[in-house]
Design a protein around this ligand. Structure first.
Ligand SMILES: Cc1ncc(COP(=O)(O)O)c(C=O)c1O
Length: 471
């Protein structure tokens, strides 16, 4: 009997021990013993050494995906006679270690705050390979970016033109800038992620752009390098990009009449597989479709194809990362008004919305498996929930787990490499998990887990009351 609580897209697994290679890191495997390993390191060993929850990154997979998206975008650009700069959108997962991998692999880095800029600079990347975003950069952030020598700053409002010009003038530098425009294109994605709709905070309208670019050009310490657009995230259909390209190239052509416009930055947003039911597009075909759209529009308008730029984030960081959790409590909840057989197994783990906000924030769907052992048990409809005082504290809303899942089992949740660590928080005073990179049988701690002491380093009364603190 099918469980009426199971959504239509959720497929009953033929084998609860099977791993879908399109979702898991490239080197995540189940061994003959039943236990999963990642890049040759057993999940039990990881849990024993570093504790859970734990973010684990398959480093070679991260590097391979960064290289593959860079190659896809640069070769698509070459096929239309131009070049492409590929920026890693570091908001997906930023740490100095990650930024140094990106640097080694020859990608550029996009940052959205002074903190992300500090991390990028600490990695040793040449500042000219950093792009700076943000709809409300502080004057301090702007001054720091200019003095560091960042490649380009994306202007997001009219006010910023004066602010960036004033900072560049004060430092007697000529700062390259882009203008973020809101194309109004609705990418097929969740509402909150669709950053190019008109009724939202990012960018300026296409109609206002020509006057703003004139204003930028009137400042001798600013150099306008081109338009920037980001139409949303987790995009699976190319139509949104193609439509945005058509609108942007028209504007690009108009702006070219009054001066050079060297580049066109189309942002990120390439979708990935979070769960077996997803069908993310092949990045090479996707990149080619975008490049062809650029070429066709440029030909129509009789202009030269500009240099392109892209900012993939989750495509690089998402699938190489998993989160390991330890199961604590389990309840079978019978949802009587949903019909016969409507039972859901609530599996509580030792983390939750503090290490994965995306389920609560975007109704994101994740996939999980029992990772510490295999089983012959039947699949049961399950919901993986955290330990926070919030009923929306859900990590995996809909999936099947073996019906014999038990306390102390380890669960692995797939594709948590992007926007989980970076959105992590201390709600309910939970400590944030550590991050481990695994490669060729070796596990390396990249970010240590927070301790209870870390939670109180800024609480001055706690520091004053040290003698009352119980061990
Ligand atoms: C301006 C900009 N560029 C790039 C990205 C990266 O998007 P994704 O991680 O979906 O590729 C974002 C995400 O919000 C963004 O706002």
């Amino acid at each position: 009997m099918t469980n009426p609580l199971a959504p239509d897209w959720l497929v009953l697994p033929a084998d609860v021990n099977a791993l879908d290679t399109r979702v898991w890191p490239r080197h995540f495997e189940r061994q003959a013993t039943g236990e999963c390993t990642i890049a040759g390191v057993s999940v039990r060993e990881l849990a024993a050494e570093f504790g859970t929850p734990l973010y684990v990154i398959d480093e070679d997979d991260f590097r391979a995906r960064a290289t593959s998206v860079r190659n896809a975008l640069t070769s698509a650009a070459e096929s239309i006679g131009t070049t492409a700069k590929v920026y890693y959108a570091s908001k997906a997962f930023m740490s100095v270690e990650i930024a140094s991998w990106i640097n080694e692999l020859g990608l550029n880095i996009d940052v959205a705050s002074g903190g992300e800029l500090a991390a990028a600079l600490a990695s040793g990347i040449e500042p000219a390979r950093i792009g700076v975003h943000g709809n409300n950069k502080s004057t301090r952030e702007i001054a720091r970016a200019i003095s560091a020598g960042v490649g380009a700053i994306v202007i997001d409002s009219e006010i910023e033109i004066e602010r960036i010009a004033a900072a560049a003038t004060a430092q007697d530098k000529i700062q390259k800038v882009r203008l973020r425009v809101n194309t109004g294109v609705h990418a097929n994605t969740h509402d909150f992620l669709a950053t190019a709709r008109e009724d939202q905070k990012f960018g300026m309208s296409i109609a206002d752009a020509p006057a703003l670019v004139e204003k930028i050009r009137s400042h001798s310490h600013l150099k306008f390098v081109g338009l920037h657009s980001h139409i949303g995230s987790q995009i699976h259909a190319r139509e949104g990009f193609v439509e945005a390209v058509s609108r942007l190239v028209k504007l690009h052509a108009e702006l070219s009449k009054n001066g050079e416009v060297a580049e066109l930055n189309l942002g990120g947003g390439f979708g990935i597989n979070y769960k077996p039911a997803d069908d993310a597009p092949d990045i090479h075909a996707f990149a080619e479709a975008i490049a062809v759209a650029v070429k066709v529009e440029c030909q129509k308008l009789g202009i030269a194809v500009p240099a392109l730029a892209f900012e993939p984030g989750r495509y690089i960081a998402g699938n190489p990362g998993i989160t390991l959790y330890t199961v604590g409590t389990i309840k079978d909840v019978n949802v009587s008004d949903a019909g016969a057989g409507a039972t859901r197994k609530y599996v509580s783990v030792d983390g939750g919305m503090s290490d994965n906000m995306r389920t609560a924030l975007y109704d994101a769907e994740y996939h999980t498996v029992l990772a510490s052992r295999s089983t012959r048990a039947e699949p049961a409809l399950a919901r993986v929930v955290g330990k926070h005082c919030e009923s929306g504290d859900i990590v995996v809303s809909h999936d099947y787990l073996p019906s014999d899942v038990a306390p102390n089992d380890l669960l692995a949740v797939a594709a948590t490499g992007a926007y989980c660590y970076s959105l992590s928080n201390n709600y309910n005073f939970l400590t944030r998990p550590g991050v481990v990179a695994v490669r060729a049988g070796e596990a390396r701690l990249v970010i240590r887990a927070e301790t209870e002491a870390d939670l109180f380093t800024r609480d001055l009364r706690y520091q004053a009351n040290q003698e009352r603190v119980t061990p």
